[in-house]
Design a binder for this molecule. Structure first.
Ligand SMILES: Nc1ncnc2c1ncn2[C@@H]1O[C@H](COP(=O)(O)OP(=O)(O)OP(=O)(O)O)[C@@H](O)[C@H]1O
Ligand SMILES: [Mg+2]
Length: 249
């Protein structure tokens, strides 16, 4: 298997606050990897470090053998890495089409940009239907599709998605993951996805990395990890419900 991404011993700090500490990670080409863990575990900081949005204080990151560390996010994007940020960062006052063009301002190949917009609209019929609508008028699920579509505009090989499920109804989350998995197949994408729900990760399938306090504390097949977590909660962690208490008495 070909290595796509190599993270070697990186640390991220915000002033005195350590967010990621001596973290290493290898991702193979075509793999689907979930990052799970509680709030503040450092999941977004890890993605930010890889995309170049957040500086590392230590270590190095490589994609296809190219050093990413120290490069500008735009340069990293040009190498084939794209990110769907936490909270989507859709421009509500702009139309769907205009949102797709955000980030293409530097490109002089206007026709190629329009061809790329057309390709994304073909891939997402719901976006095509609403291409002239203000993005702010879309539902949460549609906005997530738009954020994914926009990230595909640079034709990435590695795509990172930070919490695609956030604030969406379970049925909509199903659709988002169906779309992501289909895109992965069609475009031979490598996916790195932050997903709080280990059950969801298990259902979609892939490798799961569990982070806590800026470090990796567990790793394995998502389905096995979800089972283990459920077991641990049943024995040690889960707050007991009233009916459990009554049954025990
Ligand atoms: N811009 C920032 N300035 C200062 N501290 C930050 C900043 N961003 C994150 N942190 C801190 O770094 C740590 C890791 O945060 P991060 O956002 O990476 O975690 P996360 O796992 O993505 O959390 P969440 O599940 O809430 O999205 C936390 O202690 C957080 O408070
Ligand atoms: Mg986060």
């Amino acid at each position: 298997m070909m290595s796509k991404l190599g993270v070697f011993d990186i640390s991220v700090r915000y002033g005195k606050i350590p967010a990621v500490t001596d973290l290493s990670l290898q991702i193979n080409e075509g793999e689907r990897v979930f990052v799970s863990g509680p709030n503040g575990a450092g999941k977004s900081s890890l993605l930010g470090a890889i995309s170049g949005a957040v500086a590392t204080s230590h270590g190095r990151i490589e994609m296809d053998g190219d050093l990413l560390t120290g490069r500008q996010p735009e340069a990293i994007a040009r190498l084939g890495l794209s990110m769907v940020p936490e909270g989507r960062e859709i421009f509500g006052a702009l139309t769907v089409e205009e949102n797709l063009r955000v980030g293409t301002g530097m490109r002089r190949d206007v026709q190629a940009v329009e061809a790329d917009v057309g390709e994304i609209l073909d891939a997402f019929p719901i976006l095509a239907e609403r291409r002239h609508a203000a993005a702010g008028a879309l539902s949460g699920g549609q906005q997530q599709m738009l954020a994914i579509g926009r990230a595909l505009m640079t034709n990435p090989k590695l795509m990172m998605v930070d919490e695609p499920s956030l604030g969406l109804a379970p049925k909509i989350v199903d659709q988002v993951y169906e779309t992501l998995c289909a895109l992965q197949e069609e475009r031979s994408l490598t996916l790195l996805i932050v997903e709080q729900s280990s059950l969801r990760a298990a259902r979609v399938g892939g490798r799961m990395i569990l982070m806590r306090g800026g470090r990796i504390v567990g790793e394995g097949n998502a389905a096995d990890m979800a089972d283990r977590e459920a077991l641990a909660q049943a024995y040690f962690g889960a707050p007991r419900s009233n009916s459990d208490m009554e049954a025990a008495e």
